[in-house]
Design a protein around this ligand. Structure first.
Ligand code: CA2
Length: 148
């Protein structure tokens, strides 16, 4: 049975490649989706790739992934919750409530940036945390969860 990877992206990541290239690089979110698709092909996984600027949409998609997890059809969730990483108890509760195996991902090294980016509500519920590899981190995260 083919398992599915959910790659979920939070607020403002639709702007990727348009501004702040020194922090986030110059590739667009569509380019990131291609990186993820290629990684999934390598591992024989199906891909669901989404972005939203709305916290509740991200919660709903974690629940959706949780239903696949309950039936053994989920490989894992790669979540770049963007700014919600640093604010959202709702996303933490969604991950805990569904039990989805989570990779928390950041394009930049959040620990080398402003102190408000150093704390993550999600890290406590994540199976792995990755940051600082640029957009290539998405493919590395899929490579990692494919071994779970
Ligand atoms: O490094 C990351 O991936 C972040 O999750 C990105 C978030 C930031 O709030 C986190 O602290 C770290 C910001 C995403 C906004 O992305 C933009 C990309 C290009 C232009 C403007 C925003």
């Amino acid at each position: 049975m083919t398992k599915t990877v959910y790659v979920l992206n939070g607020p403002n990541l639709n702007l990727l490649g348009t501004r702040e290239p020194q922090v986030y690089g110059s590739q667009s979110l569509a380019d990131v989706e291609q990186l993820c698709a290629a990684a999934c092909v390598r591992h024989g996984l199906a891909l669901v790739f989404r972005q939203s600027n709305h916290e509740g949409a991200l919660v709903d998609w974690i629940h959706e992934a949780g239903r696949l997890h309950a039936t053994g059809q989920l490989a894992g969730v790669v979540l770049n919750a963007a700014a919600y990483t640093h604010t959202s108890v709702a996303l933490l509760d969604a991950v805990k409530g569904t039990g989805v195996p989570l990779v928390e991902l950041h394009i930049s090294n959040v620990h080398a940036r402003e102190s408000f980016r150093h704390h993550s509500y999600l890290a406590a519920a994540a199976r792995a945390v990755m940051c600082g590899f640029g957009v290539q981190g998405y493919a590395l995260a899929i490579d990692g969860l494919a071994q779970w």
